[in-house]
Ligand binder design. Structure first.
Ligand code: BGC
Length: 752
């Protein structure tokens, strides 16, 4: 029996590796020396980021670069163009300050990993880190030195299109993966070739947009903000993230881009962040649209006062900051502090030493390695939601024919997902291609797209689809949503499979032949209307470049599915928000405590007696819970132990369980630890993820998986908004999902 200790991936929480360029004693004097030579206009230039997306940038930006009016550009990706921009900035401007060159490198650059929500389904920080290393390297080869990732908005609303860019609904999982991704982008030392600066976004609360409508208002109590939404950002700062981006949204009446509480009190005073803050796209000027300010000048004032160091793609700073300083409304010290934050990042990136990019000089990441990482990430991201009668894996040797039907089976671009500006569609291997090459000529593959897009309402292709399915041994239905249906500004109010896909499923079902649905989507979908009409479901998110081979390997049992849901799948959209770590309420639901709308008798009397928190038409459980995901083997959890029944505050303790593979195939399992603090001065969630570990077990193999926790890891923000750990009883569960039933208890006690 193997014993694994110290299983929390705490290594991801501390990236403070010594780096001379990061050494404040060296960088700070250089910043001061530079600041002392800068004019106000040059300082404001550093605070301005310009979109260089169209035309030949060196021509139209040269004059501003020479005059020191630009500190950063975004959306230019040609290494020659970037080198020329850097050359002008360094050689032809008065002070030779190099540029930050930003780009949305969200889940890959040329080689595309699964969407972040899919990466989260791997529950594998090491793999997420490796994916970011590949992305950073490819982006750095193009001259990019700053990515606008990771997005750390805790996302509990699958209607929100940007849930695709998130790590899901849980602050702990998000924090762990955020730290890993930041380390991947920035390397041990982010001035090293092939590393780029990361940006934790969108600070803060953006994921809580009302009704999941992108950009909508957020109203989050300070306690909830601190206990949930801010945690991943704090983790990102501990991991050494270079920059933060503000959110577009209004937070409790003050839009994030003008929110001093967030940007000064939390970020600078409480967390001592010394990188810089960039606005979101034109979000400074949008302060007026929100109704916070009267005009662009006041917006510039509000944002600069709040602590936005750099304005992205707007001109409020370049047009108005100088006047605000001259009028005495902003002090030179305020401007200097913002510029120092930006220069600090440029020094740390090593840009003053060398701003030119020579792709040939970068350490080699072979394209094979990039594709392998993409394939592994896709493989581990797929979540098997259903496998009736062990229909999966399919046995190629027992099949004469397979029908492959649906709009997502052979969609090289769509499988890449949202935010893939530089993704190379030519690299994509689709499921149709991969299954074809895996099966060779032994099995007949019959393919029909059947629907032009996932949204098609025309059923002309359905008769032929039914015919093909009826003639085949098994049908693989590739369903979902195209990439453009999720991502920024692409929220949906109805999260069923779009178009006539459910109808297609039902028509195929009537053939009586086995049907497997492989679903590619940018969000959790409501699958209630198809779940009983298919034998198996693989939920593949948008799996990226190598989605096809990964899915083929899973369908045919070369590997076992091992992804686990990073977000709850509701039965109906009206259940949203539904997330595992909800509060208990005073009337918590339980199996016998619900009735269904159809059971209500005529003139039934109104009563609240015995009633609990549920919906008459949906009950209270989701369709699939957080942490859930099936495997081709079966894992048994036994013998949960706590190292001591009582642990004094300030000490560490451990919880362990024995996990056994009692099935027939080797497989990965994501072992999850959940805790509950049943009595606290501020009510706590019914369960909270506190640790997880991906393990691999051969058939018959067992492993003791141990999680070591410091009592501080049980801390929460109390009534006075201070972090505290309260003594008392705790419940713990270890298992393969948030519904784990193997539990124990322990106590935290006051230290002597
Ligand atoms: C998005 C950011 C993104 C920026 C630059 C904005 O619209 O909200 O997440 O980084 O554009 O492309």
């Amino acid at each position: 029996m193997l014993v694994l200790c110290g299983l929390l991936p705490t290594g991801y929480m501390n990236a403070s590796i010594p780096n001379p360029l990061k050494d404040a004693s060296r960088v700070e004097p250089r910043i001061s020396a530079l600041l002392s030579q800068m004019t106000l206009a040059e300082k404001i230039g550093q605070m301005s980021q310009v979109n260089a997306g169209e035309g030949y940038a060196p021509d139209y930006l040269a004059e501003d670069l020479r005059a020191g009016r630009i500190g950063s550009v975004l959306n230019v990706v040609d290494v020659g163009v970037i080198n020329e921009l850097q050359r002008i900035a360094v050689e032809e401007s008065r002070l030779g300050i190099p540029l930050l060159v930003g780009r949305d490198v969200i889940h890959g650059f040329n080689t595309i990993m699964p969407i972040p929500l899919g990466l989260a389904a791997t529950w594998n920080p090491g793999l997420v880190q490796q994916g970011a290393v590949v992305a950073a390297h490819e982006a750095a080869s193009a001259g990019i030195n700053w990515t606008f990732a990771p997005m750390l908005d805790v996302s509990r609303d699958p209607r929100w299109g940007r849930i695709a860019e998130s790590f899901g609904e849980d602050a702990f999982l998000t924090s762990q993966l955020a730290s890993a991704m930041i380390q991947g982008f920035q390397g041990e030392n982010f001035s090293s070739p092939g590393s780029i600066a990361a940006c934790a976004k969108h600070f803060a609360g953006y994921g809580a947009a009302e009704s999941g409508r992108d950009y909508a208002t957020t109203d989050i109590s300070e306690n909830e903000l601190r206990n949930v939404h801010l945690r991943p950002f704090n983790a990102a700062i501990k991991a050494g993230v270079a920059t933060l981006m503000t959110s577009f949204s209004d937070l409790n009446g003050v839009p994030a881009t003008g929110n001093e509480f967030l940007l000064r009190q939390i970020l600078r005073e409480e967390w001592s962040f010394d990188g810089f803050v960039v606005s979101d796209w034109d979000s400074v000027r949008q302060l007026q649209v929100h109704g916070l300010t009267e005009n662009d000048k006041e917006s510039a004032f509000a944002a600069a006062t709040a602590g936005v160091d750099m304005e992205m793609a707007g001109d409020a700073y370049s047009k108005h900051l100088a006047a605000l300083v001259e009028e005495g409304r902003l002090s030179v010290e305020q401007i200097d502090a913002a510029v120092a934050n930006i220069l600090r990042t440029k020094f740390r990136l090593g840009l003053f030493e060398n701003a030119q990019t020579d792709p040939a000089s970068l350490p080699d990441i072979a394209s094979g390695q990039a594709l392998d990482t993409a394939r592994k990430a896709a493989l581990q991201s797929v979540v098997m939601l259903k496998n009736d009668g062990g229909i999966l894996p399919l046995s190629a040797g027992k099949l004469a024919s397979v029908a492959i039907i649906g709009p997502m089976a052979d969609a090289p671009y769509e499988q890449l997902g949202t935010w893939i500006f530089d993704g190379d569609e030519q690299l994509s291997v689709t499921p149709l291609q991969a299954i074809g090459s895996l099966l060779g000529s032994d099995v007949e593959v019959r393919y029909l797209r059947a629907m032009e897009t996932s949204r098609s309402k025309a059923d002309e292709g359905f008769d032929e689809a039914v015919e093909i399915a009826g003639d085949s041994d098994v049908t693989l239905l590739f369903l979902g949503e195209e990439s453009i249906l999720s991502g920024e500004a692409h929220s949906r109010a109805d999260i069923n499979l779009p178009g006539d896909q459910a109808e297609l499923v039902q028509r195929i079902r009537r053939t009586g032949k086995p049907v497997i649905a492989v679903i590619m989507a940018g969000r959790p979908l409501t699958l209630t209307n198809i779940v009983n009409h298919v034998d198996g479901i693989l939920f593949a998110w948008h799996p990226g470049t190598m989605g096809g081979p990964a899915i083929a390997d899973l369908l045919f049992g070369i590997e076992s599915p091992s992804g686990k849901l990073p977000a709850t799948f509701p039965r109906m959209v009206g259940q949203i928000p539904i997330y595992y770590n909800q509060k208990n309420t005073g009337k918590p639901p339980f199996p016998g405590g619900v009735i269904h709308i159809d059971e209500i008798k005529t003139r039934a009397p109104q009563t609240s007696f015995g009633m609990t928190a549920f919906h008459l038409d949906a009950g209270y459980t989701p369709l699939f819970s957080f942490g859930y995901g099936l495997s081709y083997t079966r894992f048994e959890y036994q013998d949960i132990r706590v190292s001591a029944p009582e642990t004094p505050l300030g000490d560490t303790f451990s919880l362990s369980a024995t996990v056994s593979n009692v099935g027939k195939v080797a497989a990965d399992e994501v072992v999850q630890l959940y805790l509950r603090d049943p009595v606290a001065s501020v009510t706590r969630p019914v369960r909270e993820l506190k640790g997880f570990r991906r393990i691999r077990l051969e058939p018959g193999q067992s492993m003791v998986v141990e999680f070591t926790l410091h009592t501080d890891e049980l801390a929460f923000y109390g009534r006075d908004m201070r972090l505290l750990t309260e003594p008392g009883k705790f419940h713990a569960w270890i298992g393969g999902s948030s519904e784990a039933s193997l539990g124990t208890q322990f106590r935290l006690i006051e230290a002597d």
